[in-house]
Design a protein around this ligand. Structure first.
Ligand SMILES: NC(=O)c1ccc[n+]([C@@H]2O[C@H](COP(=O)([O-])OP(=O)(O)OC[C@H]3O[C@@H](n4cnc5c(N)ncnc54)[C@H](O)[C@@H]3O)[C@@H](O)[C@H]2O)c1
Length: 248
């Protein structure tokens, strides 16, 4: 059945690929990003159900006003994919050192990668509770599951926090028919990673059992499953999507 879905960080990469999958499933999809989302990149037959919204998740007042508008246009949001995320590079584009991580960048990273997810979740939960159905998927990272060779300390901390948010939401909201799960992608070719320093993606790929980095659709497919009706018994899970680089 057609549902209302909201996805953050939808302008490109994993978020855009996920939006296409949710549109294919017949849902009305709000594509939220701080950048303009190019709706004409969506196949024409799916475009009618796509709505693009510009929102900078670093600003909670913008989250308030956008979500108020969406929630006043529909009874509720049924599906939330908290996908937007940011990284901070250290000197010369290398991963930041723990010794260089500072208060301002900690606050910026946690605000976008964690606090915004919590606030977005809080906005959609009352309607889902009333409907006794909801799907929330948080995009974490391999960097929150294990060590990361590319991400730096603040990103690692923020993605570990996403897993905590996922588990507490899953435990508390399960009785209402609301599931909350996470995906933890390894290296995936997207706007976030395609401009890495020369050789980084190649040297990463040779360490992965499948000998390549991932494609956004390979994460989007898992997210779309977690948003579906038949995923109702999957709750509080973390799906590792990393070509076998990390096996728990
Ligand atoms: N690409 C990878 O290798 C990889 C690996 C693990 C996890 N991830 C995670 O996957 C998610 C999607 O990343 P991606 O790889 O598709 O990269 P991406 O850069 O294409 O996507 C991130 C999107 O989030 C948006 N965004 C960032 N800050 C925002 C803000 N303040 N407000 C609104 N939108 C904002 C960006 O504009 C961008 O469109 C992120 O959470 C990322 O941390 C990516």
């Amino acid at each position: 059945m057609s549902k209302v879905a909201v996805i953050t960080g939808a302008a490109g990469g994993i978020g855009f690929a996920t939006s296409i999958e949710l549109l294919k499933a017949g849902h009305l999809v709000y594509l939220i990003d701080r950048q303009e989302t190019k709706l004409d990149a969506i196949p024409e037959e799916l475009r009618d159900n796509a709505r693009a919204v510009v929102l900078d998740l670093a600003h909670s007042d913008q989250i308030d006003s956008v979500m108020r508008t969406i929630l006043s246009a529909h009874e509720r949001v049924d599906i939330l994919v908290n996908n937007a995320g940011m990284t901070i590079k250290g000197k010369d584009g290398k991963p930041q050192s723990i010794l260089d991580a500072d208060e301002a960048s900690f606050e910026q990273m946690m605000r976008v990668n964690v606090l915004a997810m919590m606030l977005m979740t809080q906005k959609v939960l009352p309607g889902m509770q009333q409907a006794r159905w909801g799907r929330i998927v948080n995009v974490a990272s391999l960097a929150g599951r294990s060590k990361s060779i590319v991400s730096g300390p603040l990103y690692m901390m923020s993605k570990a926090a996403v897993l905590g948010l996922t588990r507490c939401t899953a435990a508390e909201m399960g009785p209402f028919g609301i599931t909350c799960n996470a995906v933890a992608p390894g290296r995936v070719l997207s706007p976030m990673t395609e401009n890495a320093a020369p050789g980084v993606n190649e040297s990463y790929a040779i360490q992965i059992p499948v000998r390549r980095i991932g494609e956004p659709i390979e994460v989007a497919g898992a997210i779309a499953y977690l948003c579906s009706d038949i995923a109702g018994f999957t709750n509080g899970a973390v799906i590792d999507i990393n070509g076998g680089f990390f096996m728990s």
